[in-house]
Ligand binder design. Structure first.
Ligand code: SF4
Ligand code: SF4
Length: 156
């Protein structure tokens, strides 16, 4: 996203065209298990769905405009808008640019590359069968590198 020079004003500039009213984003657990990674993959198989990581928190984003926007990108229910819309801070919003270090995954391929960079070595159903799997070093019993058994998913 293009970064726009921030103005002192806290009102929404017309040029923005209600950027923050064109998607739904919700926090998700950071993936840990194979099932978690598979779910992220499934999100990214859909049109207009993204996953992003900001300040080490994971979100899924559905790129879909609010039905309360008029043709001029103005909110027709503004005095009665939901709480979540009132909480959105104009001075820190996306119009002024993305948070430094934000990572956006838009396609299944983005996810595969991300997992490779992060050295997530899991054999997934959607892996290319011709691609060789990187072998894990065998974990020695009692060593500091032995993987801990997974129990429950932590709640976000
Ligand atoms: S809060 Fe930000 S993104 Fe939303 S309409 Fe105002 S300037 Fe645009
Ligand atoms: S209700 Fe209004 S302020 Fe809230 S997302 Fe929809 S158009 Fe934007």
């Amino acid at each position: 996203m293009e970064t726009v020079a921030r103005k002192k004003s806290e009102s929404c500039p017309e040029a923005c065209r209600a950027m923050c009213c064109t998607y739904v984003a919700t926090k998700i657990d950071a993936p840990r298990t194979k099932i978690d990674w598979d779910e992220i993959y499934w999100f990214l198989c859909h049109e207009n769905v993204e996953v992003f990581i900001e300040s080490r928190k994971w979100y899924v984003l559905f790129d879909t405009p609010c039905n309360n926007l008029d043709a001029k990108s103005r909110c027709v229910v503004y005095p009665r808008r939901p709480h979540v819309c009132r909480e959105h801070e104009v001075e820190n919003c996306e119009y002024w640019g993305e948070e430094e270090g934000k990572i956006t995954l838009r396609t299944p391929d983005d996810l595969k590359k991300f997992m490779k960079r992060r050295k997530v070595r899991l054999r997934m159903a959607w892996d290319d069968p011709d691609e060789p799997t990187e072998k894990k070093a065998p974990a020695r019993s009692g060593s500091k590198t032995a993987p801990k058994p997974r129990t429950k998913r932590s709640k976000g």
